[in-house]
Design a protein around this ligand. Structure first.
Ligand code: ADP
Ligand code: MG
Length: 503
């Protein structure tokens, strides 16, 4: 996956430079990353940083790969202007004729209009350039079409009508039924119970990219974007976040206490086991910290935290943990602290190893034994126990551990024979509690990780960088005072509840 992605990224970068004659900016690199991972997302950035340009180039890139895009602009003149820029870009391509761009302009002559209509209805285009108004007027046709990418420039205009949102979602392949169900989920908003509202979302769906300089959409409907497009639900789909990650290398309780005393309030504390958590909570209580724990009475402790009677709440960091996914309290939750990296630990002994270890080892072995390889064409269809038998039949204990060591050398192997893998999605979900989208505004969050082991830390860091483009600071590079001010500031400007506007 990583290799393919890197290759795609390089290709896109070169493509951009070729047709625009300038390299991608930092912002555009981040967007390119998400775009190439086929994620729907919001481009929130001030005017002039290259949002529109990015959308144009992205649609051209897709067109060359046989994919359809719709570009939606707030006015005819912006649509016209973008059409002209896109034609210029197109002219730089060797196979320029391969890309068909169709522009709607309400002031076209009658015969032009007829031609437009014909091409529009027969989907005779790769890139369709339209206005917000056109989306409302022609929703019946548009909602039945499929686009791999819908790029909405200046989303504020289109969000004025909630019906438009449905149309946009239908254009990327959501059915009315799916939209209705998601709306219901938002209405009942039963997420507080830690219930998963995972929609099987993005399968065979197009991508929706919306750009905004100052987006502050109101009401329930805009939240559909994140509900349906998995901006925050589902594995490996991510919201845009604004989080500063801090690593603290020395894992000491005194240091933890010191940091909690600096941050004071609004803190989630994640531990890997309840046992360890109990010990830490006890220590913090003894030192005057107002802390609750999810393994006591979750509802009660959480209520106290919500009301501000507790400053810290401690829970186990598992992917489905109550604290990891079940809560959404942007005004209260500002900081999170991981008392070591969330990890999976697997025994790698032949008779206890999980399937993925056995599979990797066996495939590796077969690659070096071509004769045997012919017998086992599809390792992945073998039952786990059968696979285990085969591994122990063909591979000696010694070879087995050699292969394991080679394959997983980038991961940590403990002395007691366990393979340790940072649970990156859990780290992302957990830290994500501190930086939430409110409509399209973001609260600033801080995530502090105690981790002594460099291998585990580097592995987490590099995957986080790859997935989210997020950076880390070391403890001595942190200005807590500034950071805390930023955290508070981002919560001041959004003290109204968007949920109430639409119900
Ligand atoms: P936005 O939509 O965010 O307001 P535009 O895409 O209209 O931004 O770009 C603003 C200006 O910056 C335009 O003149 C555009 O040509 C220029 N621009 C866009 N991307 C780049 C880039 N990667 N390098 C240099 N200039 C760029
Ligand atoms: Mg623009």
């Amino acid at each position: 996956l990583y290799w393919n992605f890197q290759q795609n990224f390089d290709m896109f970068e070169k493509f951009f430079e070729h047709i625009f004659q300038k390299p991608l900016t930092g912002y555009q690199r981040t967007w390119a990353r998400r775009f190439l991972l086929s994620k729907s997302f919001t481009l929130v950035a001030p005017t002039g940083v290259g949002k529109t340009t990015f959308g144009l180039v992205a649609s051209l890139f897709l067109a060359l790969n046989g994919k359809k895009s719709a570009l939606v602009f707030p006015t005819i003149s912006l649509a016209q202007q973008s059409f002209e820029r896109l034609e210029e870009f197109k002219a730089k391509l060797e196979n320029a004729n391969a890309v068909k761009i169709l522009l709607f302009n309400s002031s076209m002559t009658k015969s032009r209009k007829e031609e437009f209509e014909k091409r529009f209805l027969s989907c005779d285009f790769d890139i369709l350039i339209i206005t917000t108004q056109f989306v409302s007027k022609r929703k019946d046709v548009l909602s039945k079409m499929f686009f791999d990418l819908v790029f909405v420039d200046d989303v504020d205009a289109i969000l004025k009508s909630s019906k438009n949102i449905d149309t946009l979602l239908q254009m990327i392949g959501f059915s009315e039924d799916e939209i209705e169900k998601a709306t219901e989920r938002l209405r009942s908003k039963n997420k507080e119970n830690g219930q998963d509202t995972v929609s099987n979302g993005s399968k065979n769906k197009g991508m929706l990219i919306v750009s905004s300089a100052t987006a502050k959409p109101q009401g329930l409907k805009p939240l559909l974007f994140r509900e349906l497009l998995g901006f925050e639900i589902g594995r490996f789909t991510f919201n845009i976040r604004n989080i500063t990650n801090i690593r603290i290398k020395k894992k000491s309780k005194e240091k933890l206490l010191e940091i909690i005393n600096i941050l004071k309030d609004g803190i989630l504390l994640f531990v890997n086991t309840e046992e360890e958590g109990k010990e830490i909570v006890k220590f913090l209580l003894e030192n005057g910290i107002k802390i609750g724990a999810t393994w006591n009475d979750f509802e009660k402790e959480f209520e106290l935290f919500k009301e501000g009677k507790l400053n810290v709440i401690c829970g186990v960091s598992s992917y489905y943990g109550k604290l990891i996914r079940g809560i959404d309290l942007p005004s209260r939750i500002k900081y999170c602290i991981f008392w070591e990296t969330p990890c999976f630990k697997f025994l790698i002994d032949m008779d206890k190893a999980p399937r993925f270890v056995l599979e990797r080892v066996f495939v590796e072995y077969l690659d070096n034994h071509p004769k045997l390889k012919g017998y086992f064409k599809s390792v992945d269809s073998l039952q786990t126990e059968k696979l285990r038998q085969l591994v122990s039949k063909y591979i000696s204990k010694e070879d087995y551990s050699k292969i394991v060591n080679e394959i997983f050398s980038h991961l940590k192997l403990t002395d007691d024979g366990k393979l340790v893998i940072p649970d990156v999605p859990t780290y992302i979900q957990g830290s994500g509690r501190t930086s939430r989208m409110f409509g399209m505004r973001l609260t600033k969050g801080v995530s502090i990780l105690f981790e002594e082991d460099d291998t585990i830390f580097e592995s987490l860091k590099s995957r986080l960088m790859f997935l989210l483009d997020e950076e880390w600071v070391e403890e001595n590079g942190v200005d807590f005072k500034n950071l805390m001010e930023e955290v508070e500031e981002s919560r001041k400007i959004q003290n109204h509840d968007f949920y109430q506007n639409d119900t």
